[in-house]
Ligand binder design. Structure first.
Ligand code: SAM
Length: 229
């Protein structure tokens, strides 16, 4: 059975997805729940895929890339543990959805001072994300940069939190250097085809502790400190 866009109540769909993500234990905190209820995922997917926006699945956004599945965004956001006022770097902007979720956490009202820098290597996707973030009112809390994020974005470093949404062969040295002491990074590391989500913590003295989370599959991080094309 097909249904027209007008007949879809996105708010109801969003609430249903959030309930499901809570039930499975992917959403655990009030901050993450609030952000998921606020950010309209249908505004971050190509127009012909809007009706699929609240399926818990990755969706194509062009240029061979995807917007990650909601459960993966929830898992990574919970592991990152961003707080109000944090300065966050996201590597792999894609649609801008994850950046909007983080902006909703670090600066819910646009006055809390928290900010998200997000870097994307494909200029057309950075433009797509920028438009999505403008339309949904997040562009005052998210800065979109075009470039090779495997080297981070030294200009604004250090960051309280770094999240990498593409698969790296190893933890990039530049990203480690750009993580604040204390600070945290969440990054999928492994082969091009399967990875483990790592939580990399830096303490006050700069000591590093790495914890393995779950197995995952991401598109490759292509760049100087990632995979070669
Ligand atoms: N976080 C995104 C979202 O919310 O839609 C999904 C990210 S998608 C799974 C991974 C993105 O990483 C792709 O858009 C890809 O072009 C980008 N990417 C890959 N290598 C990169 C690099 N070295 N620097 C910046 N972006 C990169």
């Amino acid at each position: 059975m097909s249904c027209s866009l007008e007949s879809i109540n996105f708010e109801v769909e969003r609430k249903r997805l959030v309930d499901q993500l809570k039930l499975y234990g992917y959403i655990r905190t009030r901050e993450v729940e609030r952000a998921f209820l606020k950010v309209p995922r249908e505004e971050f997917v190509p127009p012909d895929l809007r009706k699929k926006a609240y399926l818990d699945t990755p969706l194509p956004i062009g240029h061979g890339q995807t917007i990650s599945a909601p459960h993966m965004v929830a898992i990574m956001t919970e592991l990152l543990g961003a707080r109000i006022g944090d300065k966050v770097l996201e590597v792999g902007t894609g649609s801008g959805y994850q950046a909007a979720i983080l902006a909703e956490i670090v600066n819910p009202d646009g006055k809390a001072g928290g900010i998200v820098y997000t870097i994307e290597r494909i200029p057309q996707l950075a433009e797509f994300a920028k438009k999505n973030l403008e339309r949904t009112g997040y562009i005052n809390r998210v800065v979109v940069i075009v470039g090779d994020g495997s080297k981070g974005y030294p200009k604004e470093a250090p960051y309280d939190k770094i999240i990498v949404t593409a698969a790296a062969p190893r933890v990039p040295k530049s990203l480690l250097e750009q993580t604040r002491s204390p600070g945290r990074m969440v990054i999928p590391v492994g082969t091009r085809y399967e990875q483990t989500l790592l939580v990399v913590e830096k303490d006050l003295e700069g000591k590093i502790r790495i914890t393995e989370s779950i197995p995952c599959v991401f598109v490759p991080l292509i760049g100087e400190e990632g995979w070669k094309d």
